[in-house]
Design a binder for this molecule. Structure first.
Ligand code: SAH
Length: 367
């Protein structure tokens, strides 16, 4: 899409060497052939990576030992080392700090619930969107993650679930692109990663598209492009206020694409997919929590999205040096009540991971 601004074309600087999980099934076969191996070796490797979740050549006994080491070295170069894992919420939330090949640090967060297990993954190291209430946004953008770096977070999360990292062994069921970064500013790699995450094994990790959420600050051309992909992923829009005047400061990209344009693009996505759009709203005391803003939000969403909106109120999580707080509970309750009164679904998101700085907006990847 030639009209996309430069932010979609960030340089390849720092990206890791090419990896199996970067490639489509056809490209995986071509890569294996280029290494002088039979094409079916690509399927074997894919089965190990996507179905058995292993990158250890010792597990790959169906591939002759002589080829194995080389195929793994060429097709599955190590992407991350685990720097540390921290847990809280009785062990049901685990934040993992990962170091990439070039020293870049990123974080992912695994959250176990009674009925599902959700992994919150990063799409960039840091973030260029500069939202003032978000620790990631305050640190700036380091670089895009490669497709394989995004997919490998999910593979590692699935292994952690299988091994019982959050309690009894279980299955990773949901993925949210709500870790570090703006997924739609790393567009092609994120879309490719969605395919690898959702394609059935052995071509992908086999997680349902409907269980994957892509969250954006509201990059309108990219939302429109996503609408044309024919995916069934859930779209989340970080709105945080219904009025342009305040949103220009809370979500600086609003200076480029206004609230009404963002909601129209979201409506287009809802119409195409038939899926409700999540509207994220970090509730900040005396900043965006007034009753009149709740009324305005409800009216605006009813008009633009009707039944297709679901507001997630996120009590503001503390970030270092921030002057802002979460709203008091009675203010939060009144806010939710008013949005509901406009006929718009609105619930409060839990604040998992706060004490290990793993909650929304707290990821800063400090080594
Ligand atoms: N860049 C994308 C993906 C990040 S998702 C996006 O903004 O949508 C992370 C979510 O947490 C976003 O809705 C973000 O606005 C919200 N958030 C950021 N800082 C927060 C904080 N301090 N407290 C609560 N939510 C926060």
């Amino acid at each position: 899409m030639s009209s996309l601004p430069l932010v979609f074309d960030a340089p390849k600087r720092g990206l890791p060497p090419s990896h199996l999980a970067d490639l489509s099934a056809d490209d995986r076969r071509a890569a294996v052939v280029a290494l002088g191996e039979k094409p079916f070796r690509a399927n074997q490797l894919s089965r190990h990576y996507f179905a058995r979740l292993t990158v250890d050549p010792a597990d790959m006994t169906d591939i002759p030992a002589a080829s194995r080491e080389r195929l793994v070295a060429e097709m599955m170069p190590p992407l991350f080392t685990v720097v540390r894992a921290m847990s809280c919420d009785d062990g049901e939330t685990v934040k993992t700090l990962l170091r990439a090949h070039d020293g870049t640090l990123i974080e992912s967060v695994l959250m176990r619930y009674p009925d599902r297990a959700t992994l919150c993954i990063s799409s960039q190291a840091g973030c260029g969107m500069a939202c003032p209430f978000c620790a990631t946004g305050q640190g700036g953008l380091t670089r895009n993650l490669s497709t394989a770096e995004i997919v490998d977070q999910v593979r590692m999360g699935a292994v952690a679930m299988r091994e019982g990292a959050t309690g009894a062994p279980g299955r990773l069921s949901n993925i949210v692109f709500m870790g570090m970064g703006e997924p739609l500013a790393n567009y092609r790699r994120v879309i490719d990663a969605v395919h690898r995450i959702c394609d059935p094994a052995p071509d992908g990790l086999g997680i349902s598209q409907r269980s994957v959420t892509v969250s954006t600050v509201g990059l309108v051309p990219a939302i429109r492009k996503l609408t044309e992909e024919g995916l069934q992923v859930r779209l989340a829009v970080s709105l945080h206020t219904p009025d342009d005047e305040l949103r220009d400061t809370l979500v600086p990209v609003n200076n480029r694409w206004k609230v009404a344009e963002v909601l129209e693009a979201a409506r287009g996505y809802a119409d195409r997919t038939g899926r409700r759009v999540s509207i994220e709203y970090a509730l900040i005391r005396d900043v965006n929590d007034q009753p009149w803003r709740a009324d305005l939000l409800g009216k605006l969403l009813r008009r633009h999205l009707g039944q297709f909106a679901h507001v997630n109120v996120i009590p503001l999580n503390p970030t270092p040096g921030s002057k802002w707080d979460a709203s008091p509970k009675p203010v939060e309750r009144e806010f939710v009540r008013r949005v509901n009164a406009q006929g718009v679904a609105c619930t409060v998101r839990d604040t998992r991971g706060q004490e290990i700085a793993a909650a929304c907006g707290q990821l800063a990847a400090e080594g």
